[in-house]
Design a protein around this ligand. Structure first.
Ligand code: U5P
Length: 377
């Protein structure tokens, strides 16, 4: 592979696994010499710094009084076509079918078929939107008419095929983390601010939406704390946060639970912890569990969606049925009270994250798809 490509990337720029992975992929592709154009409605979270080969084009949405709803989708399609022509892009890699793949297909129709469209499915557009009859035919069209489609877990591919009438191949490319950022940071001094030496630290990071089952995190922690003195760190914000505050209060755990709010330097925060809790009801991949794994922190999670593809039960963490907080707590206690087992799990986490979910390999897999659809070499 030698030709450098000109790649447009569109993602949701705010917090969330898809935007994080899209941004990291763009940065890795730019480092390899490709020209990467982010075309989004806001600066992607984590893009911030100036990097050679990376360009940012903001989508501005017209807001004339005649529009009852400002036409973001059309503004995006128009911008994608403009940037594709101006910069002679080879392809658009869009994260999420709705609306991004639809907009990219429209842009391709405006620019000409030389422009290719690669769509990555991250979950919500299948697990939530595709169930909605008012929009499912559009998602199906976007998937069937992209030049290539990837999904972040085998489970998501299965669900996509079960939910929609899909006639094409879908490539599996797991999410990844940059191992130069996600590794066990030395936080021994900082840790003293949060926990006594004999205490363990459990952590949960999410957008606190109902699917994350954040109250299960509290219940699991409560059971663990009764056997192993511990602290719980919550990172992120979202709709269920107030319920968490209330439950923590009811259980008298205020001095044991730390609400960190949204954080940027997640690798450092995770390195403070001994165990990640991810009891989600639905999770197409579970990026925070991989981030934890890459920092040498095992996860106790639910047996939902793509989580079992990520966590090897008994080796890099434990899996329990959705809502089974007793089992989750028992697994956490088992690992936290057996230093030999814990050390083995930590080593297994680092090995699996840095080999199976290696950023170099996943970037290479995306490049392979780009070369396949463009016919370049
Ligand atoms: N995230 C942050 N800061 C926060 C909360 C979440 O950086 O305060 C990141 C996680 O580290 C992860 C993504 O990369 O957002 C959420 O992934 P997911 O839950 O959508 O899989």
């Amino acid at each position: 592979m030698s030709d450098f490509l000109k790649i447009g990337i569109t993602c949701y720029p705010t917090l969330g696994g898809s935007g994080v992975v899209a941004t990291e992929l763009g940065m890795l592709l730019a480092e390899k010499g490709h020209e990467v154009h982010f075309i989004t409605h806001g600066m992607p979270f984590r893009l911030g710094r100036f990097v050679k080969n990376i360009f940012y084009h903001e989508v501005e949405v017209p807001d004339y009084h005649v529009f009852r709803y400002p036409p973001y989708d059309l503004a995006l399609a128009s911008k994608l076509a403009q940037v594709a022509e101006l910069k002679d892009l080879d392809l658009l890699h869009v994260h999420y079918a709705i609306p991004h793949a639809v907009c990219a297909i429209l842009a391709k129709q405006m620019v000409g078929s030389k422009l290719k469209v690669v769509t990555t499915l991250h979950g919500t557009d299948i697990t939530v939107l595709a169930q909605d009859q008012s929009i499912s035919n559009m998602i199906q069209y976007a998937i069937n008419d992209s030049d290539a489609v990837t999904a972040v877990s085998q489970d998501l591919i299965r669900e996509t095929r079960e939910t929609l009438d899909i006639k094409r191949d879908i490539d599996l490319i797991y999410n990844f983390v940059d191992k130069r950022i996600y590794y066990p940071h030395d936080v021994s001094e900082l840790r003293k601010e949060f926990a006594e030496p004999h205490e363990k630290i459990l952590i949960h990071i999410s957008n606190f939406r109902p699917v994350k089952r954040v109250l299960d995190v509290v219940e699991t922690f409560n059971l663990v704390n009764q056997q192993v003195p511990s602290k719980l760190m919550f990172v992120g914000e979202g709709p269920e946060l107030s319920k968490v505050h209330q439950r923590v209060n009811e259980l008298g755990l205020n001095d044991r639970v730390i609400f960190c709010g949204k954080q940027d330097d997640v690798a450092k925060v995770i390195s403070l912890a001994d165990m990640m809790l991810l009891p989600s009801e639905k999770e197409s991949f579970g990026l925070v569990a991989l981030e934890a794994m890459s920092c040498g922190v095992p996860t106790v999670g639910s047996n939902a969606g793509g989580i079992p593809e990520l966590i090897v039960h008994g080796q890099t963490g434990y899996l329990a049925d959705i809502g089974d907080v007793k089992a989750m707590a028992a697994y956490a206690v088992k690992a936290l009270t057996d230093p030999k087992l814990y050390a083995e799990m930590k080593a297994a986490c680092l090995f699996r994250a840095h080999h199976t979910f290696c950023n170099d390999y996943m970037t290479y897999k995306y490049e392979e798809i780009y070369y396949r659809v463009t016919g370049k070499e």
